[in-house]
Design a protein around this ligand. Sequence first.
Ligand SMILES: NCc1[nH]cc(CCC(=O)O)c1CC(=O)O
Length: 314
Amino acid sequence: MRAMIQSEEFVIATRESRLALWQAEHVQSLLQARGLAVGLLGMTTRGDQILDRTLSKVGGKGLFVKELETALEEGRAHLAVHSLKDVPMELPEGFCLAAVLEREDPRDALVCPRYDSLASLPQGACVGTSSLRRVTQLLNARPDLRIEPLRGNLDTRLRKLDEGQYDAIVLAAAGLKRLGLAPRIRQYFSEDEMIPCAGQGALGLEIRTDHQALRPHLDALAHGATWLAVAAERAVSRELGGSCSMPLAAHARWTDADTLTLDAALGHPTDPARPLLRVRQIRVAADLAAAESLGRETAHALQALGAADYLHTP
Ligand SMILES: NCc1[nH]cc(CCC(=O)O)c1CC(=O)O
């Protein structure tokens, strides 16, 4: 897979986890269907190597994208395919998100072999997740739960569950569905029960700003409704000074042809039992400017509830 065949016009840089490869191959086949010759360049990122610490402690989500950007920079690849939720709010100078594909299921899901749902987990049950967003929302619903860190790719996480290290784990439904693992899901959290993070379930296609050859093809793959929704979500995070050490949820859905409903919640990073700050804003959002201003206003509404207290903790 690493070999680059001469006849390939374009190369996609991807991480090598099963999910990342599925996503890259998905984009590869969409581009091939448009008559392009497209190869893959598999890479390991720092985010894949460091598995013993939570991401917020080792430099955040950018760890999953940096090596791919270097491949674009050096001309070894032309396109990077990312889970949008792993893409930092601000891209480095010279790079841009050229397109976002139609979103898969954005919900979080509970995988727990021995129980039917979160509500049926026994008192004090052990739930695995390293996402502060998931931790704060779980503890707000079930303060009795014992939350333990869980990192690694999807297969690793499921293996740790199957070995009995946890009673339940929480994962994104999108990844499980893409890998044919949906039968393992015991409960889908509604977007109200557990608000997804910005970009969850969507794929982002990144290129170098000065590399326009793929543009028309990426425009053809782009999904406008998803783009506006994720732009609103990402604007919440950007406006709050988003980092992945922040337990922030932001999820926008189309509740009418031109109306976005944006739900956001901010948990406390070091005291997850503190109540979530939670807002819902509904706006006509027919274009990018309106979607982004919805996101910023949602961030301001969180600030009015006292977000500063949650963001600036020692
Ligand atoms: N943080 C890792 C990550 N990045 C994207 C997905 C799933 C697919 C998606 O949300 O698009 C996952 C796994 C998870 O959170 O369970």
